[in-house]
Design a protein around this ligand. Structure first.
Ligand SMILES: Nc1nc2c(c(=O)[nH]1)N[C@H]1C(S)=C(S)[C@@H](COP(=O)(O)OP(=O)(O)OC[C@H]3O[C@@H](n4cnc5c(=O)[nH]c(N)nc54)[C@H](O)[C@@H]3O)O[C@H]1N2
Ligand SMILES: Nc1nc2c(c(=O)[nH]1)N[C@H]1C(S)=C(S)[C@@H](COP(=O)(O)OP(=O)(O)OC[C@H]3O[C@@H](n4cnc5c(=O)[nH]c(N)nc54)[C@H](O)[C@@H]3O)O[C@H]1N2
Ligand code: SF4
Ligand SMILES: [Mo]
Length: 876
């Protein structure tokens, strides 16, 4: 209840797989108050910086509000008929495998269910794949190999009950922040030991007792060597292995041959880790994209599972492997079978009995008989004409796929491309023949499943903007218009959920793990009121852990250990491409920034795409702090701000994946990543590209702010939101004739600017006013621009006398890039507090500056600043 007595609407955060519960209270004029839900088991009221900024990402600005056909506004009938007829005609002429759907772990379970039913049961092809292919596919394949099903054995509480938590290829502090806080609190309370396995030092290492800076891609060697050690140390659980595991001997024999030197780790580091693991019964190994996104991703997963199976540490409190899922509904997508090589309800597409059961349940005319094209193959097929009609929903592959320039070319080549999205301009929507406006978070209704099988409701709290419709409704409409009126007669998410739950009962009877038949009879009111619930949900059981009883879903009922060999990354370093590029995420942006990019405070943490590179590499390349680097790969190139840091190893720089043609066109990372995939899972190796790096010979650097959006015409620019407009970093290799003319064209302003030029230093500052308030400003310099950026951005729309006066100024102290997004505390402010208070601990610095006192997502960074000498940051 809020003060007015209106009960808050309970829903779920739309970002990461932690799946935090939120309470939404509509406020006048379309606004929304967002708070953590104290009753949700995932977060108990906590939210991270992204969840807390959700309200700032809403509103009509930039939304796709009406269907568009061939670039022109169209009505729903016309757009949906065009989609249905084109798909129908293409299938008639070229067969069902000539069409495809590419969907997303950010769709709701109900959306996924309808899309999958349409493709696999009615169109009759397996060609529905998802961005989960780039995300969780290796875990799916690894869990199926070991357990017989894609089952997450434990729960997130296990992180709090464990004595040892091993985080492999997971930057949990930034990517699953609320779970990280739960772990940090448990560690403070009970002394949990934490080991981080990551080639890079991340904020997650703040709570690590041991950080293993593993050589990229060598996790199989590490866990093989661990398995051999566990055996030698007598830590193998012989009783469990004897009764419940097969393949132990072969797995151990291969593991004994493992070359631990391949990890690049020192003997004492390995011994410390192995000793800790062997001695600690309650061990959880949590893993994410450093494991999955690799050509040996599936083997990495199984190498981890091997160690848990050998020690019997699975299915009991405080033990087990735990896959940290990325997207809010990565799990729901797997449960509905929305991947090219799976069937609904965790059934197997290759299994004739399973196909027959689903076909009978759906009364389906044309069941897919074999797996369809996986993401990378699907876009290749679009490029070479095998796929002639493609529907993309809830994902932005022109940014996020490997060899992303090739994906753009594939969409241009493909006869018919449909994109359903919430945003009017994305790199992918721009290439659509038909663009369909979808309802977004807080407007739509349905369910999601988080990392530990907890199903939660997302609920609508705001009216539909424009003509937007739910994703499930779009797939159902097209199904009806293609001639399957009865099968797609879906009128509500509750109705779809009941059908999904009933189908899971069929799977349960076939001996599968995913069974929520206990929810099949929910009426609309009960569905509306559904509280978070962990599957399975059957008459016999609800929630809990799997495999504590030693029974697995393989034919023999035993788990499988696998004999695994270390394989290096696919792309080979060479004199031409001497660097191994690692890619991933930053704390305050979500993927391609279509939502988080709208919140000014989320753009202050790291406002620019960057290349994090070791000082030795920077020296050898002649790169200085805040220079621009040109990064070239065989499949594309990018320009990135240089951030010199010992967090990365020499030869192994890191770059974030978030920037796009809309926000920083020269800085898209997707084009640099080769489309090499794991042979079993089809997951691309996004963490191990090979690149060359050189200094970009910038003749000038710039920083600009304006109240209206602008797109600089220059080699490098990166634009984010400011509270009252936009801000951009820029760099160019050609000097314009005059800066006043350049600025007027950039901002599309005719007026005369206030101008301060220091020709001696080559520094120019231009500021435009309208009605006495700052409209736009541009700072240029032959060296990276030094200016108090947040101060200048905050001056937009104000009288800003020191910027508008034609005198040098603006030399105020710069709070620096934001560390604490909640309270807007800058890095320099924190460094100042550290300097002024020698001996103060992180808690004291937080209390002094306010940083970390709200959501706490930035606490690891405050501790980090305290712990070591500062290194130059981007955009300072
Ligand atoms: N802030 C934020 N949070 C997010 C997201 C986001 O976009 N922004 N996206 C969500 C999604 S969909 C996902 S999938 C998750 C991803 O969550 P994470 O997997 O935690 O994040 P990443 O940054 O992709 O990569 C994790 C780490 O893997 C390391 N790594 C690279 N190569 C190797 C290797 O060979 N071995 C090992 N052991 N480690 C390696 C990288 O250095 C990196 O620190 O985050 C989710 N949460
Ligand atoms: N180099 C590199 N590449 C990577 C990764 C990496 O670590 N490195 N990680 C990979 C991983 S793990 C992932 S999960 C992917 C993520 O990559 P994407 O899925 O491409 O990224 P998003 O920005 O989340 O795209 C979601 C799209 O859906 C839209 N949208 C939001 N809500 C809705 C809705 O309700 N309905 C519809 N129809 N649309 C909506 C958004 O506006 C946006 O355009 O990136 C992958 N690519
Ligand atoms: S940890 Fe943050 S991004 Fe993830 S679900 Fe919770 S609030 Fe959302
Ligand atoms: Mo992901």
């Amino acid at each position: 209840m809020d003060g007015s007595g209106v009960p808050a609407i309970r829903s779920t955060c739309p970002y990461c797989g932690v799946g935090c519960g939120v309470r939404l209270t509509p406020e006048g004029s379309g606004g929304l108050r967002v708070e953590g839900d104290p009753e949700h088991p995932a977060n108990r009221g906590r939210l991270c910086s992204k969840g807390l900024a959700l309200a700032e990402t809403l509103g009509p600005e930039g939304r796709l509000l009406a269907p568009r056909v061939d670039g022109r506004a169209a009505d729903w009938d016309m757009a949906l008929d065009r989609v249905a007829q084109t798909f129908r005609r293409t299938i008639e002429r070229h067969g069902p495998d000539s069409v495809g759907f590419y969907v997303s772990g950010q769709l709701l379970t109900e959306d996924y269910y309808v899309a999958n039913k349409l493709m696999k049961g009615f169109i009759g092809s397996g060609n529905i794949d998802t961005n989960s292919r780039l995300c969780m596919a290796s875990t799916v394949a690894g869990q199926k190999r070991a357990f017989g099903t894609d089952t997450v054995p434990g729960t997130c509480e296990d992180l709090e009950l464990a004595d040892l938590v091993v985080l492999v290829g997971s930057n949990m502090a930034w990517c699953h922040p609320v779970l990280f806080r739960r772990l940090a609190e448990a560690r403070a309370a009970r002394g949990t030991r934490v080991v981080v396995v990551d080639p890079r030092r991340t904020a997650t290492c703040d709570i690590a007792d041991l950080h293993l800076k593993i050589r990229p891609g060598s996790d199989v060697a590490l866990f093989n060597a661990l398995l051999a050690h566990l055996d030698a140390a007598g830590a193998v659980n012989r009783a469990f292995v004897g009764a419940h595991v097969e393949g132990f001997d072969a797995a151990l024999a291969t593991a004994r041959q493992a070359d631990a030197a391949a990890t690049g780790l020192a003997r004492d580091e390995l011994e410390a880790f192995f000793g800790l693991f062997a001695a600690t019964g309650r061990t959880v190994t949590a893993f994410s994209q450093g494991v999955n996104q690799s050509i040996s991703g599936t083997d990495k997963v199984n190498a981890i599972l091997n160690c848990h199976l050998a020690t019997g540490r699975i299915g009991r409190p405080g033990t087990g492997p735990l896959s940290l899922t990325g997207q809010p509904n990565a799990m729901g997508g797997r449960e509905t079978g929305g991947m090219a090589n799976t069937l609904a309800a965790h059934l197997e597409i290759e299994n004739a009995d399973h196909r027959a059961a689903v076909q009978a349940f759906w009364n389906a005319p044309a069941m897919a008989q074999r797996p369809g094209l996986k993401a990378v193959e699907m876009f290749r097929a679009a490029a070479d004409g095998r796929i002639k009609a493609l529907w993309i929903a809830g994902t932005n592959p022109v940014v996020s796929m490997p060899e992303a320039d090739g994906v753009a070319a594939a969409l241009r080549a493909c006869d018919f491309v449909v994109v359903s999205d919430i945003v009017a301009r994305t790199d992918t929507v721009r290439l659509a023949d038909v663009a369909l406006p979808a309802l977004g978070w807080a407007e739509k209704d349905g369910t999601v499943t988080n990392s530990d099988r907890t199903i939660s409701r997302q609920r609508a709290a705001l009216p539909a903007p424009g003509q937007a419709r739910a994703d499930w409704a779009l797939f159902a409409e097209v199904g009806r218009r293609m001639g399957w009126a009865e099968a797609f007669d879906f009128r509500s998410p509750a109705q779809i959920f009941r059908e999904h739950a009933r189908l899971s009962g069929v799977a349960g009877r076939l001996g599968r793990d995913f069974d929520i038949s206990g929810l099949a009879a929910l009426d609309d009111a009960a569905y509306d009121a559904l509280a978070p619930v962990r599957w399975p949900v059957t008459a016999a059981r609800s929630g809990g852990r799997f495999f504590g009883d030693g029974r697995f879903f393989t034919a023999s009922g035993k788990a499988r250990m696998l004999a695994l060999r270390q394989a290096p990354p696919a792309a080979k370093r060479s004199p031409r491409y001497p660097f191994r590029l690692n890619t991933g995420r930053v704390r305050d942006q979500w993927h391609t920034m279509t939502r988080t990019g709208r919140a000014a405070r989320l753009s202050r943490h790291l406002a620019e795409p960057f290349l994090q590179i070791h000082p030795a590499d920077a020296d050898a390349l002649g790169l200085g702090p805040a220079d621009i680097a040109r990064v070239r790969a065989p499949s594309g190139s990018a320009l990135l701000r240089v951030l010199i840091s010992t967090d990365v190893a020499p030869g192994a720089p890191f770059a974030p994946m978030h920037w796009t043609g809309e926000t920083a066109p020269a800085a898209r990372i997707g084009p640099l990543v080769a489309a090499a995939t794991d042979p079993l899972s089809g997951q691309p190796e996004a963490k191990a590209a090979v690149v060359a790096v050189e200094r970009f010979a910038a003749r000038w650097y710039g920083f600009a702010v304006a109240r209206t959006a602008f797109r600089p015409a220059t080699a490098y620019w990166a634009r984010t939101r400011a509270d009252a407009g936009w801000r951009a970093e820029m760099a160019g290799d050609t000097l314009p004739d005059d800066w006043q003319g350049y600025a007027r064209a950039l901002f599309e302003i005719e007026a005369e600017p206030a101008c301060v030029a220091d020709p001696g230093r080559g520094v120019t500052r231009l500021a435009f006013a309208r009605d006495g308030v700052l409209e736009a400003a541009l700072f240029v310099s032959p060296a990276p621009v030094a200016v108090a950026r947040d101060y200048v951005a905050a001056a937009l729309g104000t009288a800003a006398p020191d910027l508008l006066a034609a005198r040098p100024g603006g030399d105020r102290s710069d709070p620096g890039p934001t560390v604490c997004a909640c309270l807007g505390v800058g890095r320099n402010v924190i460094l100042g507090a550290i300097r002024a208070n020698p001996g103060a601990d992180a808690g004291a610095i937080c209390a002094l500056t306010g940083a970390g006192t709200n959501c706490g997502s930035c606490r690891p960074e405050v501790a980090d600043l305290l712990a070591r000498a500062a290194v130059p940051q981007a955009a300072e």
